[in-house]
Design a protein around this ligand. Structure first.
Ligand code: UDP
Length: 246
């Protein structure tokens, strides 16, 4: 089990990407019946702000075995509170690293969610890049029998937050996959349906602005980022006052 550190009540995995991948491989190397399930969520500042207001959401997010710090705001908050999170790990980048590293292994992947045809397009694009990648399931529709027969090891779920997180916990025990990851808009990026921010924009922490320009309807959702900043500021102030008192 990997350690987590807490930011505003939501746990985040402390390890770097390479260690997290190694943890996943060690589980996948085991005989299928002896493997533990690994649920991966990727909480960003919007999700943490929602989890602060809603205890059920907070409990749901905290049930994941792995929580990736998806957002530069999480990194800044970790720095401010001295928490051991050293790099932002986005869901889409982690999914890419995971797919790349198992692409020549006998590991079967599955893709569920997105708009009609996008999961299939995403799987095809990934197979174009890594021709040995095994795909057992790709659809926007959940067919339980087909999913069970596919014998997949890793399932990527793209239904948006919090639908995908709830769906994963409702279905994880009937799905043969060892690893089940919530990936938000990742299928849209891999399939080329939506353009991802260029590398330099991501590096300076402005991917959110790029997404807002391409998808202006995100404006209301992204207001949550300001709410998150307010919560972080309040927590930092409370901690400082507590330290001054002692
Ligand atoms: N989506 C879906 N069913 C829904 C709501 C969303 O399949 O009921 C898909 C949507 O098509 C998109 C993804 O879920 O591919 C969510 O993308 P979004 O950009 O909102 O996620 P983010 O990356 O911001 O977490």
């Amino acid at each position: 089990m990997l350690n987590k550190t807490n930011i505003l009540g939501v746990g985040f995995t402390e390890e770097k990407e390479s260690k997290i991948l190694e943890y996943i491989f060690s589980e996948l190397r085991k005989d299928k019946k002896r493997r533990d399930k690994i649920v991966i969520f990727t909480p960003n500042p919007e999700q943490v702000a929602a989890a602060v207001r809603n205890e059920d959401l907070r409990n749901l997010l905290n049930q994941a075995q792995i929580s990736l710090p998806d957002g530069v705001g999480i990194l800044w908050a970790a720095k401010l509170f001295g928490k051991p999170i050293y790099a932002r790990i986005t869901g889409v980048d982690f999914m890419k690293s995971l797919v790349k590293s198992i692409s020549n292994q006998p590991v079967i992947t599955g893709y569920f969610g997105g708009q009609k045809g996008v999961a299939e397009a995403c799987a095809l694009c990934l197979q174009k890049k890594w021709p040995n990648l095994r795909v057992g399931y790709a659809s926007d529709f959940y067919d339980k029998e087909k999913m069970i027969q596919s014998d997949i090891d890793i399932l990527f779920v793209a239904l948006g937050f919090p639908k995908q997180e709830k769906w994963i916990f409702e279905h994880k025990d009937e799905i043969p996959a060892t690893v089940i990851m919530a990936v938000g808009g990742a299928f849209d990026f891999f399939s080329g349906r939506i353009m991802r921010a260029p590398g330099f924009v991501r590096r300076i922490g402005f991917e959110w602005l790029f997404r807002l320009i391409l998808q202006p309807w995100r404006f209301w959702r992204q207001l949550q980022i300001w709410h998150f900043s307010g919560l972080i500021f309040r927590e930092a102030l409370t901690n400082r006052l507590k330290r001054l008192k002692t």
